[in-house]
Design a binder for this molecule. Structure first.
Ligand SMILES: Cc1cc2nc3c(=O)[nH]c(=O)nc-3n(C[C@H](O)[C@H](O)[C@H](O)COP(=O)(O)O)c2cc1C
Length: 179
C-alpha cells in the first residue's frame, strides 16, 4: 500500500506536515511518500500566465504523485479561515490540467492549528470542495491547540483526542482490509 502524505502548508515547520506524518506511521508496512509543498512552488496562478506559458511542470508532478498513491493523508493548515496560499495555488494549477485532482483516491482528511478550533473552517471548506475534485474522503479529524495536544515524541497526548484519532485511523484502515 502506497501512502502520499502532506501538510497543506509551505511552512518549513508545518504542524500539519507533522500531523500527516504522524498519521502515516499508523499504517504498518505502507510505503509512505511525504511531500513538501515547497517542492511544488509555482508562479501565482493567473489565466494570462496559463495562456502564455501553459502549465508548470510542478503541477503535473503533483498530479503524478497523487496518481501513484493508494491513500492520501492530507492535513489542512488554516490561514484566515481558509486554505493557505501555497496549497490553493497548487490546487488551482493542478485543476486546470485535471479537474479530478484527487483522482478518486481514498483520503484521510486532517487539520490542525494552534487555535482552539483546530482548523475547522478550512476543514469544512475542504470537506465540501474536495469531492468536486474526485476526493473520496473516508474520514476527517481536527486536532485543536496543536502545541498543547501534540508532542514530537508521543504524538497526540490528550487521551480523548487520541481515542477519536485512533478511531478515524481504524476506519481508514478498514477500507484496505488491514485493520
Ligand atoms: C496568515 C495567517 C493566518 C492564520 N489564520 C488562522 C486561522 O484562521 N485559524 C487558525 O486556527 N489559525 C490561524 N493561523 C495560525 C495557524 O494555525 C498556525 O500558523 C499553524 O502553524 C499553521 O499551520 P502550519 O504550521 O501547518 O502551516 C494563521 C496563521 C497565519 C500565518
Amino acid at each position: 500500500m502506497k501512502i502520499l502524505a502532506f501538510g497543506a502548508s509551505n511552512s518549513l515547520h508545518s504542524i500539519n506536515k507533522k500531523l500527516a506524518t504522524y498519521a502515516a506511521t499508523f499504517f504498518e508496512n505502507a510505503e509512505v511518500n511525504i511531500i513538501d509543498l515547497n517542492d511544488f512552488e509555482m508562479p501565482l496562478f493567473s489565466i494570462d500566465k496559463e495562456n502564455k506559458s501553459g502549465h508548470p511542470t510542478e503541477a503535473n508532478n503533483f498530479l503524478t504523485a497523487i496518481g501513484h498513491a493508494d491513500l492520501l493523508i492530507v492535513s489542512m493548515a488554516e490561514h484566515n479561515g481558509s486554505y493557505t496560499v501555497a496549497f490553493k495555488n497548487i490546487l488551482d494549477w493542478a485543476s486546470r490540467i485535471n479537474g479530478k485532482v484527487f483522482q478518486n483516491k481514498p483520503m484521510l482528511l486532517l487539520s490542525t492549528s494552534t487555535g482552539a478550533r483546530g482548523g475547522k473552517s478550512v476543514m469544512e471548506a475542504a470537506k465540501t470542495r474536495f469531492p468536486f475534485h474526485a476526493a473520496n474522503i473516508i474520514d476527517t479529524f481536527s486536532l485543536p491547540e496543536f502545541n498543547k495536544n501534540f508532542s514530537v515524541t508521543d504524538g497526540i497526548t490528550d487521551p480523548d483526542l487520541k481515542e477519536a484519532f485512533l478511531s478515524v485511523i481504524q476506519k481508514t484502515k478498514s477500507q484496505f482490509t488491514i485493520a
